[in-house]
Design a protein around this ligand. Structure first.
Ligand SMILES: NC(=O)c1ccc[n+]([C@@H]2O[C@H](COP(=O)([O-])OP(=O)(O)OC[C@H]3O[C@@H](n4cnc5c(N)ncnc54)[C@H](O)[C@@H]3O)[C@@H](O)[C@H]2O)c1
Length: 302
C-alpha cells in the first residue's frame, strides 16, 4: 500500500510516517518545510508548497493523510490570509489531488476546537459546531470539502476532530511554552489565561493509532470522528506536573485575554465523546494526566 502524508515533516506527521514505514509501507511525504524538520530517510520526500495546485504526478489509488497546516490558533486571529491559504486552500488542493489520483481515502486532521465553547460536554460529533478562532473555522471549511468530495466524487474521506496532541518532537503548545519560560526564568511562570482552562490531551502514540485505525476501519463515504482522552486536565495542573519534574516552585503570574482565556479564540473547556471511534476498535491507552506526564518527560529529555 502506498501512502501520501502531507505535513509529514511536522510533529504529528513525522510520527505517522515512522509508524507507516515500520509496517513496510511506501510513503511519500509532501511538506514545504515551513515549520517541519523531521524527514524520515526511508520515505520519498517531496518539498512542495500545497498552497499551489499540485502539479506532481502522484501514484493512483494511494491513501492520503492530510496534516499540512498552520496549527497556531493564536496567530490565526491576526494572520488570517496566511491561515486561510495554509488551512483551506491547501486542503482544496489536496482534495483535487485525491480526486485526480483516484485515491483510496483521505484522512484529514481537523480539531476539537470546531465545537467552540461547547453547550454540553463531552461533545459529540452530532453536536452544533461554533468555532471561535480562524484556525477552527478554517478546519471546519476543510471538513466541508471532505464531505463534498465524498458525496460528489465517491471518495472515502474522514475528518478527525483531534484533542491536543502532545509528545516528543512537539515544538508548540502549553508544555513547550512553559518549559521555555522556566528555562529562561525559573522563579516566575506566566500562564496564559486564568489557568483554569480544562482540555483533553492525547499522547502522540495514541493519536497515531487512532489515525491509522480511522484509515483502516472507517466506512465508505464521509465520516467525522472525535479523537481524545475521556477526561481533561487544567493548565494549572499541567504547570504543577512540569514544575515538580523540574524541581521548581515558581510564582505564577497570569496574562488573561478576557474571561480567563489565554488568547482570543482560546476554548476554555474541551472534552470529547469518543464512542464513535471506540466502536471502530480504538481507545486511548493514556488519560490526560498520564499523557501530560509522558510528554513532559519527552520534552525535558529533548
Ligand atoms: N498538535 C496538535 O495538538 C493538533 C491538534 C489537533 C489537530 N492538529 C492538526 O494536525 C496536523 C499536524 O499538526 P502538528 O502539530 O504536527 O503541526 P506541525 O506544524 O508540526 O506540522 C505541520 C506540517 O505542515 C507543513 N506545512 C505547512 N504548510 C504547508 C504547505 N502549504 N505545504 C506543505 N507543507 C506545509 C509544515 O512544514 C509542517 O511540517 C495539523 O493539520 C494540525 O492542525 C494538531
Amino acid at each position: 500500500m502506498q501512502y501520501i502524508v502531507t505535513g509529514g515533516a511536522g510533529f504529528v506527521g513525522s510520527h505517522l510516517v515512522d509508524n507507516l514505514i515500520s509496517k513496510k509501507s511506501d510513503v511519500i511525504v509532501i511538506d514545504d518545510l515551513s515549520t517541519g524538520k523531521y524527514v524520515n530517510s526511508k520515505s520519498k520526500f517531496v518539498k512542495f508548497d500545497l498552497r499551489r495546485p499540485v502539479s506532481l504526478s502522484m501514484p493512483k489509488g494511494a491513501g492520503i493523510f492530510h496534516l499540512a497546516a498552520n496549527p497556531n490558533v493564536r496567530e490565526s486571529m491576526q494572520d488570517t490570509q496566511e491561515h486561510f491559504d495554509r488551512d483551506v486552500k491547501a486542503t482544496f488542493n489536496v482534495m483535487e489531488m485525491a480526486r485526480k489520483a483516484d485515491c483510496q481515502f483521505v484522512i484529514f486532521l481537523s480539531t476539537s476546537a470546531v465545537y467552540g465553547d461547547p453547550k454540553r460536554m463531552p461533545s459529540k460529533e452530532s453536536d452544533p459546531v461554533a468555532p471561535i478562532s480562524n484556525y477552527a473555522h478554517f478546519k471546519l471549511i476543510g471538513e466541508g470539502l471532505l464531505e463534498f468530495y465524498a458525496r460528489a466524487y465517491g471518495l472515502k474521506t474522514v475528518s478527525l476532530r483531534m484533542a491536543n496532541i502532545i509528545g516528543k518532537r512537539s515544538d508548540h503548545g502549553v508544555i513547550v511554552d512553559f518549559k521555555k519560560k522556566l528555562s529562561h526564568n525559573p522563579d516566575i511562570l506566566e500562564l496564559l489565561g486564568d489557568g483554569t482552562q480544562k482540555k483533553s490531551y492525547i499522547y502522540i502514540s495514541d493519536a497515531i493509532d487512532a489515525i491509522t485505525v480511522a484509515a483502516r476501519k472507517s466506512r465508505a463515504g464521509y465520516s467525522v470522528l472525535n479523537v481524545g482522552s475521556t477526561d481533561n486536565i487544567s493548565v494549572r495542573e499541567i504547570a504543577a506536573i512540569l514544575e515538580k519534574k523540574m524541581g521548581l516552585h515558581p510564582k505564577h503570574i497570569f496574562k488573561d485575554a478576557g474571561g480567563g482565556r489565554g488568547w482570543k479564540g482560546d476554548v476554555k473547556l474541551m472534552q470529547l465523546d469518543i464512542s464513535r471511534i471506540k466502536a471502530l476498535g480504538w481507545k486511548p491507552k493514556f488519560n490526560s494526566k498520564q499523557s501530560v506526564e509522558r510528554a513532559v518527560d519527552d520534552i525535558l529529555s529533548d
